[in-house]
Design a protein around this ligand. Structure first.
Ligand code: NAP
Length: 245
């Protein structure tokens, strides 16, 4: 069995998840990468190997499907038997005022942004605990959003799911941190990815937080010992609207 550190990264096909996977690959980690489409993941796996990753497993899963999320966790645990970092990054956005946004859209957001993270956390507790026991610590890194901390008009449903994710991880820390397993949520403002394309007429992509910025925080979390719990990191954009996405 290899001595490499091991991460599961969801939403790794592009954007923030791809950048985090690349940062871990450069340190020689073994990786399970997931998102919906196998083809994009296979291509990403090749790139990660070129950048220095050890073994890379590809496990596609749609986060709206609870059985697929369970199968992802089981497949990862079976492949590696070790999880130094669980990166819960796959997520979706949705804009609309409470007066207008249909409940079915809220349900889908909740499935992807809250239910799937809950399933992953629950299913992977055994491997996170055994990794912490054998290697000192195991980290959960969940990508939330600044709207989960500071509400924003028309992002009510999205913000509510991210606030729920932050709360879930805070409680997880109360329950698991004594076992050496702790969670950090990262709550960025607008990041230059496909997800923020709709806004780029107003805020150019090159004035947004970069995927590299978020990857740097994620990577730093993996350097912390079991004695340092970092609950939430807020990344804001510069200017007078610090508490705005
Ligand atoms: N961009 C921003 O401004 C911003 C700001 C704050 C927080 N965030 C959060 O950052 C995280 C990553 O977003 P991003 O900006 O990197 O977005 P992105 O470029 O659109 O990437 C989203 C990733 O999630 C995957 N994904 C989407 N829906 C999925 C589903 N139902 N099942 C499985 N995988 C799914 C996508 O892969 P497939 O489409 O191939 O499945 C892709 O890999 C999200 O949680 C988002 O809420 C983003």
């Amino acid at each position: 069995m290899s001595d490499n550190r091991v991460a599961l990264v969801t939403g790794a096909s592009r954007g923030i998840g791809a950048a985090i996977a690349e940062r871990f690959a450069a340190d020689g980690w073994d990786l399970t990468i997931s998102s919906r489409g196998r083809e994009a993941l296979e291509q990403r796996a090749g790139e990660l190997t070129e950048r220095g990753a050890g073994r890379v497993e590809v496990i596609p899963a749609d986060m709206t499907d609870p059985e697929a999320v369970e199968a992802l966790a089981a497949g990862h645990a079976e492949a590696f038997g070790r999880t130094d970092a669980l990166v819960i990054n796959a997520g979706m956005g949705q804009k609309g005022a409470v007066a207008d946004l249909p409940v079915r859209r809220f349900d889908r957001l909740y499935q992807v942004n809250v239910r799937a993270p809950y399933i992953l956390l629950q299913s992977l507790i055994p491997t996170l605990r055994t990794t912490a026991e054998a290697h000192g610590t195991a980290k959960v890194i969940a990508v939330a959003s600044i709207t989960g901390v500071y509400p924003e008009p028309e992002l009510s449903a999205y913000g509510a799911t991210k606030a729920a994710l932050i709360s879930l991880c805070e409680t997880f820390n109360l329950e698991e941190s004594a076992n050496g397993v702790s969670a950090t949520t990262i709550a960025p403002g607008y990041v230059d990815t496909d997800m923020s394309d709709w806004l780029k007429d107003e805020i150019p992509g090159d004035e947004m937080i970069t995927v590299g910025d978020v990857a740097t925080i994620a990577h730093s979390v993996t350097q912390l010992s079991r004695y340092a719990v970092l609950p939430n990191v807020i990344l804001t954009r510069p200017g007078s609207n610090l508490h705005r996405a």
